[in-house]
Design a protein around this ligand. Sequence first.
Ligand code: ATP
Length: 233
Amino acid sequence: MLNVSNLRVSYGAIEVIHGIDLQVNQGECVALIGANGAGKSSTLKAICGLVPATAGTIEFEGQDITNQSGHSIVKAGITMCPEGRQVFPQMTTLQNLKMGAYPRKDAEQAADVEEMMDMFPILRDRAGQAAGTLSGGEQEMLAIGRALMARPKLCIFDEPSLGLAPKIVAEVGETIARVKEMGKTILLVEQNSAMALRLADRAYLFEAGEIVLSGTGAELQSHPDVAKAYLGH
Ligand SMILES: Nc1ncnc2c1ncn2[C@@H]1O[C@H](COP(=O)(O)OP(=O)(O)OP(=O)(O)O)[C@@H](O)[C@H]1O
C-alpha cells in the first residue's frame, strides 16, 4: 500500500534521513521505533508532504505522492494523527470530531460521529465539553477519532503515548488495537517501544537517520540489541 524507496530528507544543508526503504501492506500495523532524533518524525513528515524529500520516492496505492502537497496526500487517503494531540482546545469534542470530516457532507458526518462515539463512549459523555478541558488520554482518543473521521486508508500515529501516565498509555494501546480491528492500515511512531512492538505486525528500528533492523514485532521484541537498548531488559 505504501512503498518508501531510498528516501532522503535534509534540513538546510544537513541530511537527517539517509536513504531508507520501508513498506506498509494493506491491513498491517507497522511501527517505527528508535531513540530521540533518530529520524522517525522526519520520515512521517516526508510521507505526509510536510517536509520535502530530497531524494527517493514515496508511492501510495501505486501512485507517486513524493513531494505532493499535504492536501493531495490527505485526499489520497493518508491521515496523520499528530504528536501532542493538537485538538482545538476552545472547541467542543463534537466540533473537533466534525473538523476531521471537513469538507464532507453533513449526512455522512453525522453517521461517522455516531460511529466514533460508539467506539469511544467517553467522547459521547464529553460531546459538549471544550476539548481543552479533557484529560490527556481523552484528548488522545479525540485526536484519534478526529483522524478517523477523514475515513483514511492509512492512519499515521505520531507518538500517541507521549506525555501520558502509564495507565493511560495502556488505554491508548487498546484504542490503537481497536482501530486495527476496524481493518485500518496503521503506521505508528513510538518511543514507547514495548507498546509499539506489542501492537505491530512489523517494525523498523531507526538509528541516526537509517533503518538498522526490521522484522515482525515479535522478532524485534526478542532481538538482543532491541531488548537491551529499547526495552530495558
Ligand atoms: N525542523 C528541523 N530543522 C532542523 N533539524 C531538524 C528539524 N526537525 C528535526 N531535525 C533534526 O533531524 C534529526 C531527526 O529528527 P526527528 O525528529 O525526525 O527524529 P525522531 O526520531 O522523530 O525523534 P523525536 O522522537 O524526538 O521526534 C534530528 O537530528 C533532529 O535534530
